[in-house]
Design a protein around this ligand. Sequence first.
Ligand code: HEC
Length: 137
Amino acid sequence: MELDVLLFVTNGTVMSREKIGHYMIFGSSVLTELFGGLMGFPISILNANAAQASAAIATTFRTKCVMCHGPDGGGSEVGKSMNVPDLRSEAVQQLTDAELAQIISDGKGGMPSFKSSFSADQIHALVKHVRTLAKKK
Ligand code: HEC
């Protein structure tokens, strides 16, 4: 009963039950918006970061790998003269992520080591990039 009195008398003005109802609906839709906003915000940041990361790794691939492997992984002129394997091929794609990461990190034959130029995260992203080159079946 006392609570009722408190609800009905705000700032000295008496509100009808109907008015209070409106305020409550308004309040809850504000909360919903706020919640949606809070949830949506970090998600859009994550998406932006993911897009940025894949753009960054595509650039890395272009500047560090394309001179030998070609933009599509099929091998550049220089690469072909070194007998680079076709990164799109079954032979390369069947390697595990760990094997690919190790080759990129340590190098192999004519392939230079990239350990000192890349973080583990970048090497992981490059492995993912190599996966995107796979021949579509
Ligand atoms: C200087 C030329 C050169 C550059 C630059 C280069 N590679 Fe290679 N890569 C090679 C050669 C040569 C091989 C073949 C090595 C072998 O099997 O002896 C190779 C092999 C590979 C393989 C497959 C290995 C296998 O056993 O099938 C992957 C994957 C690879 N490179 C990824 C990369 C990535 C990613 C980059 C950029 C970070 C890169 N390479 C940069 C020359 C290069």
